[in-house]
Structure formats: structure tokens, C-alpha cells
Ligand binder design. Sequence first.
Ligand code: HEC
Ligand code: HEC
Ligand code: HEC
Ligand code: HEC
Ligand code: HEC
Ligand code: HEC
Length: 420
Amino acid sequence: MLSKRSLVGVRLNFHTLAVLFFMLIGTQAFAVDPEVDGSDEAVAAGKAVFNANCKTCHQLDSKLVGPALRGVSDRREISWIKAFIKNSTVLIASGDKQANEIYDEYNLQMPQHEFLSDDELNNLISYIEYGDVADPAAEAAAAGADGAAASGAGGGIPDEYLTVILVVLVVVLLLILVVLGLIISVLSKYLNKQELDEDDKEFVSQKFNLGKIIKSDGFVLIVTALVVALVAKTALDGLFSVGVQQGYAPKQPIAYSHALHAGTLEIECQYCHTGVEIGRSANIPSPNICMNCHTHVQNVQGKEGVSPEIQKIYDAVDNNKPIEWVRVHNLPDLAYFNHSQHVVVGEIECQTCHGPIQEMEVVGQHSALTMGWCIDCHRETEITTKGNAYYDKLVQIHTDSKDALKVKDIGGLECAKCHY
Ligand code: HEC
Ligand code: HEC
Ligand code: HEC
Ligand code: HEC
Ligand code: HEC
Ligand code: HEC
């Protein structure tokens, strides 16, 4: 029989357990404003606002130009987040400690979003905390691992791990099948030696039937699930790279080869791309530049007659028509990029951005050409200051602070430098 006291004890314990349980599964619900409800509608509306205003710089679960955002309501007050999104400049200028800390870390001011209404901000935060969770495992990790989320490292499993986990699961499943098969065969051998009645004997000596397994519902289900998972993953990867043309290598109207001209023949890039040192655009050479050599060179060594590919150059010159090269690299109009600034002042090799062009038969886009790509390099690259009086004063300031002078320190992260 239980005494009254121990009954209370039991109830208390149950109560504590229940609270612990809800805290565990509901950490986010406790941290987040009641306004930020995480309902499907709010998350969907928030996603639209996010894609229109924030996607260039933020991802939910990993760092891009700005920090990963999921879990931000664990580390900050909701009112702070709203103020920061609306106008971080004001918050930073007001001397707010958190705002200044994160600004010092990233050294890049976020644009203001005064136009967002309070509802839109709530939806945004709903999306940031509850949106686009990759899979239930990641959701559990995000909800459970409060500590990890608070340190900014939590949430989401990186893509490559997902693939590994998938492969490991398949291997484990196969191993289990093999072991089960072995157990069955050992058991039936053993049972066959026992005295059994007819029914049991028949059952035991049933043959292992592969065809039957393949046709079984369970097997079909497993295979379908695997295929669906794979297709979904491919589709997602595709979506994330919309607008990024990395690897784009279109067929050109003339089979002109950089591997031959810039590689084997060692013609300088500047011989044809005359703009790189003087201005913004590198320039694609006109047929006249090709003709400097191809008036004489009509075919590759050892071949007779005029090469059909080189004939195309002659046709272009005779008809005074430009060769319609297909453009490979193409920044959107809103971004400003200048070759001479990087090649002459920055002393950066063409290959750093364009890859091993001198080995390419057909030119392909080597780098992502996203804003994150530009910014990353500006954060990390030290500028060459030797023999440039313009930088002397800046260098002095920085030698005092013992930091090397990076592109970011001369304004390489300012919006207006790349956007007009
Ligand atoms: C041009 C790039 C850019 C855009 C666009 C941008 N952000 Fe940011 N964001 C940053 C950077 C960089 C930081 C780091 C703080 C700093 O340097 O000011 C940041 C910080 C933040 C923080 C603080 C994170 C923390 O851990 O404290 C929040 C929240 C945030 N951004 C939300 C948003 C939202 C929501 C939008 C869209 C409405 C948005 N940002 C658009 C670049 C951007
Ligand atoms: C003999 C002339 C010639 C030389 C030398 C040459 N190129 Fe080119 N380059 C061209 C032509 C023609 C095209 C356009 C056709 C194409 O894309 O293959 C081109 C295209 C390119 C493109 C792609 C342009 C676009 O459409 O976005 C890049 C990048 C490039 N060259 C870089 C280089 C680099 C780097 C070197 C030196 C290692 C070099 N080129 C040497 C003639 C030349
Ligand atoms: C500095 C001299 C020089 C310039 C400039 C030059 N080429 Fe060539 N090109 C050559 C030589 C030499 C060969 C033959 C290499 C061999 O014998 O293997 C050649 C071969 C070629 C071939 C290969 C023909 C075939 O049948 O395989 C093509 C196509 C070609 N060039 C196109 C161009 C185009 C287009 C331009 C201008 C953008 C150009 N070249 C500029 C020297 C030049
Ligand atoms: C810091 C990175 C960087 C370096 C270094 C660089 N490029 Fe580029 N290049 C770009 C970008 C970005 C574009 C796309 C520009 C655009 O679309 O406005 C481009 C475009 C081009 C094009 C296409 C025509 C044009 O001007 O838009 C050619 C050709 C080219 N580069 C050749 C070169 C050569 C040759 C060198 C070396 C002498 C070089 N690049 C060095 C980043 C670079
Ligand atoms: C491989 C590294 C690298 C990449 C990638 C790169 N840059 Fe730069 N950028 C530099 C360096 C180095 C300088 C400094 C040159 C100097 O000393 O003034 C610079 C300077 C600049 C400046 C002048 C900044 C100032 O304050 O004077 C602009 C604008 C710029 N880059 C735009 C871009 C854009 C747009 C992209 C992407 C399409 C880009 N850069 C990609 C290295 C890079
Ligand atoms: C070093 C150069 C550079 C700096 C600095 C830079 N951007 Fe960008 N930005 C780019 C490039 C390049 C693109 C185009 C990228 C693409 O097409 O993926 C871009 C794209 C964008 C877009 C996306 C437009 C669209 O159609 O998706 C926005 C918005 C933007 N930048 C805002 C900003 C703001 C705000 C700042 C200042 C905090 C800033 N950028 C600083 C280079 C830069």
C-alpha cells in the first residue's frame, strides 16, 4: 500500500518529468514570442519575404555573407531582432553591445528594411526558426540541441553527411539480410535433424526464394523509398544552384582551343584579351587579331588544304561579319566588376578566377560568380601595397594594429563599390 506522501512524491515526479519533456521538445516555443507562431501559413509567408530580401546574404543553417539565422531567437530578444532587421545601422550607432559585436565580426552593414511591417517580421522569424527543415533528424537536432543552436553551430545536417548516412543505412540493411539468411540456413539444418511431424518438416525445408522477396511488398516499399529520397535530393541540389552558372561551357561557333593557343603555343592572354589591363572588360578578340597569324597558318601542321574551322575566320573577315562567340561569364547588370582593378592593381592571376584556361579545349565557367564569392575573397586577400603611395597611410595605420591590410579594409565590402 502506498502512503499519501509517496503518492504526492509520485505526482511531483511525474509533473517534473512532464515539464522536462515539454522543455526538451519545445525549447523554441519557450524562447520565441507568442506572436511568432510557426504555423504553416506564417512560415510560407515568411519564406517569400526572406527570398525577396535576405537570400543573397543568408541561409538558415549555414553561413553565407551573413551568419546562419536559425536559432537567432535563442540568442537574441525578439525585439532586438526586429530592430536589427529594420535598421541595423541605427542599432549599431546607438552603441548596442550585441549589434556591435556581430558587426565587428562580419564588418559589413546589412541593408535596412524599414518597409517591413510587424506581421511580415513575425512571419520572417517563423520561417527562420521553423522553415525548410531538411528532415526529421535535423529538426530533432535543432529542437533538442539547445546549446548547439545557441552557439550558432546547431541545426541542419550538411549535405555530404546525409549521403554518407544513406549509404551506411543501405549497407547495414544488406548486412542484416545476409546475417538473417545465415541464421535461417543454420536453423533449418538443425531442425532437419530433429524428429518433426509432416507439416513442420515441409515448412522448414521451404527453399529461400529470391523471386518471392523481390516481389514482396516490403522490398518494393524499401526500393521506392530509396528512389524517392534520391530524386528529392537531386531536385533540391538543382534548386539551390538556380542562377549560378558554374561549369557552363557552351559550344562555340569556331572550335577555337585555349589549350592549343594559350597552352601549347603560349600566346599571352593579353594578346587577345586586350582590355584586361586598361579597363573594365577583358574583350573578346576581333577576327583581325586571329588573322595576324591565320593569314599564314591555314591548317594545323601536317594537314593539307584550309582547315574548315579556320575557313570560318576567313568567311567572317570577307563578309565583315563578327564571329558570334557565345558569352560564358555574365554578371547581372546590377553588379560592377573591373578587370584592370584586379589584374593590374590587385595583381591577381587570371587563373585564380577563371581556372586553368590554358588547359581548356572549350572554356567553361570555373567560379560561382556569386556575391558570396566576391566577398569571401575580399575578406581574405591581402592587397599588394608595395610602391603604391596611395596605400602608404593606410598601411601605417594597419601595421600599428598588426593586421595585414585586406581588401575589406579599403572598402571592398561596401555595397556601392560593386552596385550602382
Ligand atoms: C547584403 C547582405 C545582407 C542582406 C541582404 C541581409 N543581411 Fe542580415 N546580416 C548580414 C550581415 C553581414 C550580418 C552580420 C551583422 C553585421 O555585420 O551587421 C547580418 C546579421 C543579421 C542578423 C543578426 C544575426 C545574429 O546572429 O545576431 C539577423 C537576424 C539578420 N541579419 C536577418 C536578416 C534578414 C531577416 C534579412 C532580410 C530581410 C537580412 N538579414 C538581409 C547581411 C545581410
Ligand atoms: C589567340 C587569342 C586568345 C588567347 C591567347 C586567349 N584567349 Fe581567351 N578567348 C579567346 C576567344 C576567341 C574567346 C571566345 C571563345 C571562347 O569562349 O572560347 C575567349 C574566351 C575566353 C574566356 C571566356 C569569355 C566569356 O565568354 O566569358 C576567358 C575567361 C578567357 N578567354 C580567358 C583567357 C585566359 C586566362 C587566357 C590566357 C591564359 C586567354 N583567354 C588567352 C581568345 C584568346
Ligand atoms: C599568334 C598566332 C595565332 C593567333 C593570334 C591565333 N592563332 Fe589559331 N592557330 C595558330 C597556329 C600556329 C595553329 C596551328 C597549330 C598546329 O599546327 O597544331 C592554330 C590553329 C588554330 C585552329 C585549329 C584548326 C584545326 O583544324 O584544328 C583554330 C580553329 C584556330 N587556330 C582559331 C583561331 C582563332 C579563332 C583565333 C582568333 C581568336 C586564332 N586562332 C588566333 C596560331 C594563332
Ligand atoms: C578577380 C577575378 C578575375 C580575374 C583575376 C580575372 N577575371 Fe576575367 N572575369 C571575371 C568576372 C567576374 C567576369 C564576368 C564579368 C561580367 O560579366 O561583367 C570575367 C569575364 C571575363 C571575360 C569575358 C569578357 C568580359 O570582359 O566580360 C574574359 C575574356 C576574361 N574575363 C578574361 C580574363 C583574363 C584574360 C584575365 C587575366 C589577365 C582575367 N579575366 C582575370 C573575373 C576575373
Ligand atoms: C580572387 C580574389 C578576388 C575576387 C574573387 C574578387 N575580387 Fe574584387 N578585389 C580583389 C583585390 C585583391 C582587390 C584590391 C585591389 C586593390 O589593391 O585596389 C579588389 C578590389 C575590388 C574593388 C575595388 C574596391 C575598392 O575599395 O577600391 C571592387 C569594386 C571589386 N574588387 C569588385 C569585385 C566583384 C564585383 C567581384 C565578384 C564578381 C570581385 N571583386 C571578386 C580580389 C578579388
Ligand atoms: C565585392 C562586390 C560586392 C559587394 C561589396 C556587395 N555586392 Fe551585392 N552582389 C554582388 C554580385 C557580383 C551580385 C550578383 C550575384 C549573383 O548574380 O548571384 C550581387 C547581388 C546582390 C543582390 C541580389 C540581386 C538579385 O537579383 O538577386 C543584392 C540585393 C545585393 N547584391 C545587395 C548588396 C548589398 C546591400 C551590399 C552591401 C551590404 C552588397 N550587395 C555588397 C557583388 C557585391
